[in-house]
Design a protein around this ligand. Structure first.
Ligand code: GCU
Length: 579
């Protein structure tokens, strides 16, 4: 999927801003045809969650209505015009000038409507109805009836089956954009290298009736490689050979520029630019290999989370989080527990971070009731995540779920199918899921990596770190003995209330958190089959209210929610940062 870009053939306009907004507490908006125009509205910032912008928004999961007006921007005339939402959580229904464009389920991934026939020169009325209600047959699920065989039923309020606040709203930018009548529809890149030559395989999708020329120009590091061919039907594949290749890796995130042009009778009719990082990723025995060399990642799980904006797109916070990870010596993260913004992913390529890209499938359970809908959503998310992020060199694996409650037998076939589905969509990257079951996670037989979350010394062996470390090392050895695949410890950590100190260390103190993380890291870094360790979490984050979440916060961050270091941040930096 090509992110909208502007050049002599394409235009983009961001229509984010202060939109008209109102809640629909009686859920009467559809019946009363609010999509023809809202009354009694107040301004609300787009993009951002609505929950922390308005006092009445706190635990309100909708429905709510947005509206904005826009004129057809210059340069848009006689072009194909599209409307793109980068993320709306959870269900969005969209009308333009009173006509329904459609609806979309699921946050954190983009959706697009072609609006060419419905757009007017002036004063187009865009209305969006959004609700983020928690339902057992949704993904992520909520309001799940208690069943000892299933989900951990954290007594959260709002009743989420996952540990982060269920923020709602139009949470990322909304874009108007054009593409030519005969466009470059999509591009899929895959890279490898042979000794000092890089190889970039480029699959270009065009419209059936485009029979002109496709020209590729790859430039970078003193190289310029040009190749062109007549377009085949819908898909044309070209391979570029790059001499003296500069490989992409965290230390040297070398990126090339790839210009793709379509020419009809020698006249350019479309063009897009992509950045290309040439690297390989593979699993071989117990090793995860980047460019043929085994790696041991160090990093974090994190959340797109910040005061007031909630889960809203905040460029300065993205920069700050990368700066924190660079400062502490991290080289990787998992997009827990949902795909992050397009811009965050572009920066991972540019700054050199390895990313395990995860779908929004957290809190899955496998009771038959509602399972078909949960499966449908998981397939939709897997497909759209891979379509969106397949060209990022930083993305080195796909995680199809976090902590599914896989006790029931239906889980095994559910994931076998989903893993096969993902592999069909992308043959170049390892596919995995993240489990808390460890040895009992039967789906690790089908995944390429073993990703486990472990909280010994926190949820078990509380206050007893030596026992916790002992149990950790035994557990990891047993898991490796059974599955013989690289293991990523995708979560480990402890809550530390900022400013809480204790000597000797005790739970919730910064000292205890720092000691736990140091002890885990010393064990993990010494295990040859451990391909990575991700601390939970980079920063403290908002979650739902519960007796185990003081003021609705998860304090496992090594930085505070305002991005200031705790003792653990300094301790990890000593362990990780190579000066
Ligand atoms: C789980 C889960 C996280 C959660 C963490 C915790 O491992 O994956 O989303 O926040 O535990 O309990 O802190």
């Amino acid at each position: 999927m090509i992110y909208p870009q502007s050049n002599s053939h394409r235009q983009v306009k961001d229509i984010s801003g202060f939109w008209d907004f109102r809640f629909d507490r009686k859920n009467e908006g559809l019946k009363k045809k609010w999509f023809k125009g809202l009354a009694k509205t107040q301004p609300l910032a787009v993009p951002a969650s609505w929950n922390d912008q308005l006092e009445e928004g706190k635990n309100n999961l909708g429905p709510a209505w947005y509206q904005t007006r826009f004129d057809l921007p210059t340069g848009f005339k006689d072009k194909r015009v599209f409307l793109r939402f980068d993320s709306v959580n959870f269900l969005a229904e969209v009308w333009l000038n009173g006509i329904k464009l459609g609806q979309h389920e699921g946050g954190h991934l983009p959706f697009v409507f072609e609006i060419t026939p419905k757009i007017k020169a002036e004063s187009n009325l865009l209305v969006v109805r959004v609700e983020g209600l928690l339902k057992p047959d949704r993904v992520p699920p909520g309001n799940v009836p208690f069943d000892p065989k299933d989900a951990f039923n954290n007594t959260f309020y709002p009743p989420a089956s996952f540990d982060f606040f269920p923020y709602c709203g139009i949470q990322r930018p909304v874009l108007l954009y054009t593409i030519p009548l005969l466009p470059i529809e999509d591009v899929t890149l895959s890279t490898k290298f042979k000794s000092s030559t890089g190889i970039v395989k480029t699959e270009i999708k065009t419209e059936n009736n485009f029979k002109g020329l496709i020209r590729l120009t790859l430039t970078g590091f003193g190289q310029k490689v040009v190749k062109e061919t007549r377009a085949l039907d819908r898909q044309t594949t070209l391979e570029l050979k790059v001499p003296q290749v500069r490989l992409w890796n965290p230390a040297f995130p070398h990126l090339y520029d790839l210009k793709i042009e379509l020419l009809d009778k020698n006249q350019p009719i479309d063009q897009v630019h992509l950045t290309v990082g040439i690297r390989t990723i593979a699993v071989k025995g117990s090793k995860l290999l980047l460019n043929g060399k085994s790696i041991q990642m160090k990093g974090f799980g994190r959340h797109e989370d910040f005061p007031v904006a909630g889960r809203g797109y905040l460029p300065p916070v993205i920069i700050r989080d990368y700066d924190l990870m660079r400062w502490i010596g991290a080289d990787s993260f998992r997009t827990t527990h949902y795909p992050y913004s397009d811009q965050m992913m572009d920066l991972a390529d540019r700054l050199g971070f390895l990313v395990i890209a995860e779908t929004p499938a957290v809190g899955l359970f496998f009771k038959q009731e509602g399972l078909a809908n949960r499966q449908r959503l998981c397939r939709q998310y897997t497909k759209k995540l891979i379509e969106r992020d397949k060209n990022h060199p930083s993305v080195i694996a796909w995680s199809l779920a976090n902590e599914p409650h896989s006790h029931r037998s239906a889980a095994k076939s559910f994931f076998k199918n989903l893993i096969q589905f993902a592999r069909k969509l992308d043959k170049t990257r390892p596919v995995t899921l993240v489990s808390y079951l460890g040895l009992k996670e039967e789906s690790f037989a089908d995944s390429d990596l073993v990703c486990v979350n472990r909280y010994y010394g926190w949820y078990s062996e509380p206050g007893r770190l030596p026992e916790a470390f002992e149990r950790l090392t035994k557990d990891l050895d047993a898991i490796f003995k059974k599955f013989k695949k690289p293991i990523l410890l995708t979560e480990f950590g402890a809550d530390a209330i900022p400013g809480c100190h204790a000597n000797p260390p005790e739970m919730f103190s910064e000292e205890y958190q720092a000691d736990l993380l140091e002890g885990y890291w010393k064990i993990l870094s010494a295990k040859p089959y451990v391909a990575g360790a991700h601390v939970w979490n980079l920063c403290d984050f908002k979650t739902a209210q519960a007796t185990h979440r003081p003021s609705g916060m998860n304090y496992k961050g090594v930085f505070t929610r305002e991005r200031q270091p705790k003792l653990a941040a300094h301790r990890l930096r000593k362990l990780w940062k190579k000066e």
